[in-house]
Design a protein around this ligand. Structure first.
Ligand code: ADP
Length: 270
């Protein structure tokens, strides 16, 4: 059948509706483009450690008669495998945060517990970098959200603060209340971030000063996870930084009332 041009004069379509539909299509295209970029970048980033593991396997095979060399190559292989596993974990976290609109397991979350867990999971890194993590500020604040996601976000900031700090320095994790917003600030006296990079460090796979960042063995996904995690919780991340002076990353989250713990915890007996 021939296509026909039919003039339909039903209810007039408001220009606003047309605009909304158009916006919806461009938004879908944007999401699709982001997804394609993500897959492309991810595959690219995975290729490097996978290639290294494969080369190291060959090196081990050809050094079979020399135990010292075998030990050396297998040590390096383990390091690459660890990197690969950290990278896949982060890719999974990020794609989960980007995929679903809803948080899965929302509850009252104690900021004290989030900070404790985030610091504890980085004690090995801090010890081996000889960096001291000090904690301060207000206690007893609560937010609504998913504890694991929030702990991962704070943990990523702590990991960076340690990674980009000199030996013997201190990293601070402070909590305070700004009106109805809970602020968790992670401060370091490390290398800092040039102003021109500051708005880009939250992008996936973006790393300021490639050469130096590469040595820290990061993935370029940490801050992107932080940003998405915090946005999912209705919050925002702020950054203050000066090269050679250090950086402060601040997570800001809407505060919620402390739950009535008497309901869940039996009162202490007198
Ligand atoms: P990475 O795994 O490379 O640390 P992130 O997404 O966590 O990836 O950070 C992106 C980039 O931002 C880093 O490569 C680094 O250049 C810069 N950066 C992040 N945190 C800090 C910090 N505390 N001090 C200096 N630079 C930082």
């Amino acid at each position: 059948a021939e296509p026909r041009l039919v003039a339909v004069r039903a209810a007039p379509v408001s220009p606003r509706l047309v605009l909304l539909v158009l916006r919806d299509i461009t938004e879908r295209e944007r999401v699709e483009e982001m997804r394609r970029d993500f897959v492309a970048n991810t595959s690219h980033e995975l290729k490097t450690p996978v290639g290294a593991v494969s080369l190291l396997a060959e090196a081990i095979e050809s050094a079979a008669d020399d135990p010292a060399q075998v030990r050396y190559f297998s040590g390096r292989m383990q390091a690459e495998i660890q990197r690969l596993s950290a990278l896949t974990n982060r890719i999974l976290s990020l794609s989960r945060l980007q995929a679903s609109d809803e948080l899965r397991d929302v509850r009252d979350v104690s900021i004290d517990e989030v900070v404790t867990a985030a610091i504890e999971s980085h004690t090995i890194q801090a010890d081996s970098a000889q960096v001291t993590v000090v904690r301060g500020g207000v206690k007893g604040l609560w937010v609504r959200g998913e504890p694991q996601i929030l702990t991962e976000a704070v943990g990523n900031l702590i990991a960076n603060a340690i990674a980009y700090s000199p030996q013997g320095s201190k990293v601070g994790v402070g909590v305070k209340l700004d009106e109805d917003v809970v602020e968790i600030a992670v401060t370091d006296r490390g290398i800092g971030i040039p102003e021109s990079d500051q708005h880009r460090v939250f992008e996936r796979f973006y790393r300021a000063d490639q050469a130096r960042s590469r040595r820290t063995g990061g993935t370029g996904l940490g801050l992107s996870i932080v940003k998405h995690a915090v946005q999912r919780h209705g919050g925002e991340v702020r950054l203050w930084s000066r090269p050679e002076r250090g950086s402060t990353f601040t997570i800001r989250l809407p505060r919620t009332e402390a739950p009535d713990l008497d309901l869940v915890r039996p009162k202490a007996r007198r």
